[in-house]
Design a protein around this ligand. Structure first.
Ligand code: P6P
Length: 347
């Protein structure tokens, strides 16, 4: 007879590892395990809970809608964008763990001297504090994306632009928070990808998705087909391949318009997300440093793949803080197939 474990949800969660326990248990596996990297993750955990509270109240209090200003991208700043940006920045500064912060919402990076003005903290954090924020007032999931590097300029000196302009292969941690039907923190420190779900009743993240892995193949493609006429020929050819009646095709098109949500679903179900260059966006739309690099790190750690259609995202040498790049990311075989179409169209 099967043993019926009639635990309730809370009791079940009690048996799952909390994020705090996971960090302590894996401390030794963190690169340069001095505990500072753990403190960055803990800082993001706190800020995520604060932003989650506001995001989930957005419909009830006057925090939905544009803040009346524009960010460097020329996008209307939503009030929640501003709140999320300030929350993550302040939490990181208060924890005395970073020497610099770059954000989609800030034109330039922020130098963090530390309480003793020593510039002795060794990490920089780059982030998109609330990606997909145009979805906020229509109640669609949004997310925070973050990327962590060890500084490369001398300790004890103010952080420099080259500390931020590092190729993605140098990341020591990356992840996202998805504020959806449930709020999750998903991150990697280079030892696989793990997902933690927030129990809002007690404000604790529990390990709900250990060792997340992309399927090598999938049947979902995520792209804004409204831009079809502007796409490169290789993308058009790949889309026609996806839509052809053959084998496991036609695939299913699923596009939320929120990178974190589309990425999260594709990592669980198998799929590919594409935001290519186009005649409307000659360099692409997504930003290399705080959207594509962290998602590429996660994808590769989960057995997936991320490129600009031709070369590995994480090997691109950045030249500007807010530079844009074409982005193909997801199940390894799907990204490889899309790259074949891109390559053939170039011949
Ligand atoms: P479009 C949100 O602004 C974002 O950066 C991603 O989260 C999302 O996938 C994409 O842009 C949506 O862009 O042009 O399809 O509306």
């Amino acid at each position: 007879m099967c043993q019926l474990n009639n635990y309730n949800d809370f009791e079940m969660q009690e048996r799952n590892t909390t994020l705090g326990e996971f960090i302590i248990e894996n401390q030794k596996a963190f690169q340069y395990s001095t505990g500072e990297l753990s403190r960055i993750i803990n800082s993001i955990r706190l800020a995520a809970k604060v932003v989650n509270y506001k995001v989930n109240k957005a419909g009830l209090v006057d925090i939905v809608g544009a803040a009346g200003e524009q960010n460097i991208q020329g996008e209307d700043q939503q009030k929640l964008d501003v709140f999320a940006n300030e929350t993550f920045i302040q939490t990181l500064i208060n924890r005395e763990i970073v020497c610099g912060i770059a954000s989609e919402e800030n034109d330039d990076y922020i130098t963090v001297a530390g309480a003793d003005n020593s510039h002795n903290n060794k990490y920089v954090v780059l982030m998109d504090p609330l990606d997909g924020s145009s979805n906020i007032d229509v109640n669609v999931s949004v997310g925070t994306i973050f990327s962590v590097f060890r500084r490369i300029t001398p300790m004890g000196t103010p952080v420099q632009m080259e500390d931020f302009l590092q190729p993605g292969v140098n990341q020591v941690a990356a992840g996202y928070v998805i504020y959806g039907t449930s709020t999750m923190l998903v991150y990697t420190t280079g030892h696989g990808v793990n997902g933690f779900t927030l129990n809002p009743a007690i404000g604790t993240f529990y390990l709900s998705h250990p060792n997340m892995q992309y399927k090598e193949d999938g049947t979902i493609y995520s792209i804004n087909e409204g831009n079809y006429v502007h796409f490169p020929q290789g993308v058009k050819d790949y889309l026609k391949y996806c839509q052809k009646e053959e084998g496991d095709r036609p695939y299913t098109s699923r596009y939320i318009g929120s990178l974190v949500s589309d990425f999260h679903r594709n990592m669980i179900k198998g799929g590919i997300y594409i935001y290519p260059t186009s005649s409307k966006a000659p360099k692409g739309k997504l930003r290399l440093l705080y959207e594509c690099n962290p998602m590429a790190f996660l994808a590769e750690q989960a057995g997936g793949k991320a490129s600009d259609g031709f070369k590995r995202i994480m090997e691109i040498q950045p030249t500007e803080l807010h530079q844009r790049v074409s982005f193909f990311c997801g199940s390894k075989n799907m990204v490889t197939k899309a790259e074949e179409f891109m390559e053939n169209a170039e011949k």
